[in-house]
Ligand binder design. Structure first.
Ligand code: ZN
Length: 321
């Protein structure tokens, strides 16, 4: 091997070791919350380690996983200390919480906390009005017109549909085109104007108060795939008191969260929720308007990776949420 080749090999090795961003002097502390889902289609036990690794791979975050008791179990010893963390990432979909925990999260957010909401976490707590203000829109778990209008984007503006009906639906899992609606926000600044997301559930007909909400990106919900014919919100930011919320509807399972577009927007959105800034560079391999980019290093963390989509997800119409 020549000297030049040695140098190249060493340089490549060094590049591989350097995270996308330089390690923060003091890592941002993250509570990654899980412990419950609406059904077997949301395998939080499998997705949480991948979400944790995606955050820690930036070199910016130190992540503690906090697992809540399951529905019906004893919550008397469960007192998550939100104030210890700059951001709470929710991979958690429960129907209800004891009042003291709800008040604790509300206080944390009003005082300037951060919240990063992934996929079915926006199904949680259908009747908790302050939670619905934090996330802006949500689906299932008893939500109706009483929860707020359906939100979508038309002619570049957020629109509301107050007509009665349930909240939350999706078609078959297929790759879909994400359209940036706000190219000046720190999370979406520098991303391609349009990019393809790996096969995932595209939520539609999400309802909620939508207060202090900015829709950063949408995707067209195809009527030919049980959709609404509307541009549905897929990335949002909100202010709640002094707190910041990042909300992505992407991320049904490990397959979906292995999309490089999900990875980068989740990493950036969680940093913004924690600090109000984004210091991470957009990855060079970010998906384009015509290509899906898939991270096998994350995808293969799914023990069922070699089997492809599981039976529930593969059914036409999508039985899960
Ligand atoms: Zn789902």
């Amino acid at each position: 091997m020549t000297t030049r080749r040695l140098f190249t090999a060493a340089a490549l090795a060094a590049l591989c070791l350097v995270p996308a961003s330089a390690p923060a002097a003091t890592p941002l502390k993250v509570m990654l919350l899980d412990g419950e889902s609406g059904g077997p289609y949301h395998k939080w036990q499998l997705t949480t380690p991948v979400l944790k690794k995606q955050l820690e791979d930036t070199g910016l975050f130190q992540v503690d996983v906090v697992t809540a008791p399951k529905a019906g179990e004893d919550f008397s010893n469960f007192h998550p200390d939100f104030a210890k963390y700059q951001v709470v990432v929710s991979n958690y979909d429960a129907a209800e919480w004891p009042a003291d925990i709800k008040t604790s999260l509300e206080t944390y957010m009003k005082n300037g906390g951060g919240l990063s909401v992934v996929h079915a976490a926006d199904n949680a707590f259908g009747q908790w009005s302050e939670w619905n203000k934090m996330i802006g829109v949500g689906g299932w778990r008893g939500r109706t017109e009483a929860s707020g209008p359906r939100w979508f984007v038309k002619d570049g503006k957020a629109e509301q549909d107050p007509s009665p009906g349930r909240a939350g639906a999706h078609g078959r899992r297929i790759p879909y085109l994400v359209v940036n609606r706000d190219t000046n926000h720190p999370i979406t600044k520098g991303l391609p104007a349009q990019w393809m997301h790996q096969g995932d559930e595209l939520y539609n007909s999400m309802r909620g108060p939508g207060e202090n909400m900015t829709i950063l990106a949408t995707s067209y919900s195809e009527p030919t795939n049980a959709g609404t014919g509307r541009d549905e919100p897929v990335l949002m930011v909100l202010n709640y008191g002094k707190g910041r919320v990042f909300h992505t509807v992407m991320g049904h399972d490990i397959n979906a969260i292995s999309c490089e577009g999900f990875v980068a927007t989740f990493q950036r959105g969680t940093e913004w929720a924690a600090t109000g800034k984004v210091t991470q560079k957009v990855p060079a391999n970010f998906p384009t308007a015509t290509s899906v980019v898939y991270r096998t290093d994350y995808a293969t963390m799914d023990p069922g990776y070699k089997n492809g989509l599981n039976g529930l997800d593969a059914q036409p119409g999508g039985r899960g949420r």
